[in-house]
Design a protein around this ligand. Sequence first.
Ligand code: 4GM
Length: 226
Amino acid sequence: MMKFSIITLFPKMFAALTEFGITGRAITAGQAEVVFHNPRDYADNKHNNVDDKPYGGGPGMVMQVAPLRAAIKAAKQETADAPVIYLSPQGKPLTQAKAAELSELPAMILLAGRYEGIDQRIIDRDVDECISIGDYVLSGGELPAMTLMDAVMRLLPGVLGDAKSAEVESFQQGLLDHPHYTRPEEIDGQRVPDVLLNGNHAEVEKWRKAQRVEQTQKLRPDLLKD
Ligand code: 4GM
C-alpha cells in the first residue's frame, strides 16, 4: 500500500485521478491511498488568505510560509519519513526511471503550489526534492502531482494486469511502443500488417521489436543516444 499525502488548495481537482480508470481502481482496491491537507485550513487570518505580495515587488502573489508549513507538519505526523516532493518547473525531470524509484517507497508528500510559487524558505527547509514534469509552466502544481502519481501508481504490484505489466517494461527498456491494431482487418483501404494476422507469435514479436526500434529512431532519436 502506497500512501500519497497531497498539500493543495484544490483537493477536488484530484477526482480526475481518484475517481477514474486504473488509478481509481488502485485506490478502491487498497493498493494506494490518497489524503489531502489544505493550507487554507491552517490560515491564521480571518479571510483564510494563504498568499501575500512578493518582497522586492513585481506582479503576482507568493504562498505564505505559515499555512504551508502547518499543512506539511500535519502530513508528516501521519507518515513518518515520507519525502516531501515539490512539483516545480525548476525540479529534476520526471522520467520512467524516477517513477520506478518512487514506486518502491511506502509514502510520499506531494506539494502542489499555486500563484507565482511558494516562499523559498519552504524549499530550503521543508522540501526534500523538486521534480518537474517537463519544460513548461502550468497554473498550479496539481496536474504535475497527478501526473507523477499516475506514473507511480501503475507500477505498484497488482495495479496493472500481467499483459499491461509487460508494456511498462517496454518503456523501461528505453524504447517507444510498437503500433497497435484491432478489428476490422481492413477499413477505408487501410490494412492491418499481414504479420499480425498469421498467428506466428515469434514473427509477431520480431516485427514489434523492429517497429519499436524504428519508431524510436524516427520520432525520438535522443532516446537511443546511449
Ligand atoms: C511556478 C512556480 C510544476 C509554477 C511554482 C508546477 C509546471 C510544473 C508553479 C509553481 C507548475 C512542472 C505551479 N507548472 N513543469 N506550476 O512540473 O508551483
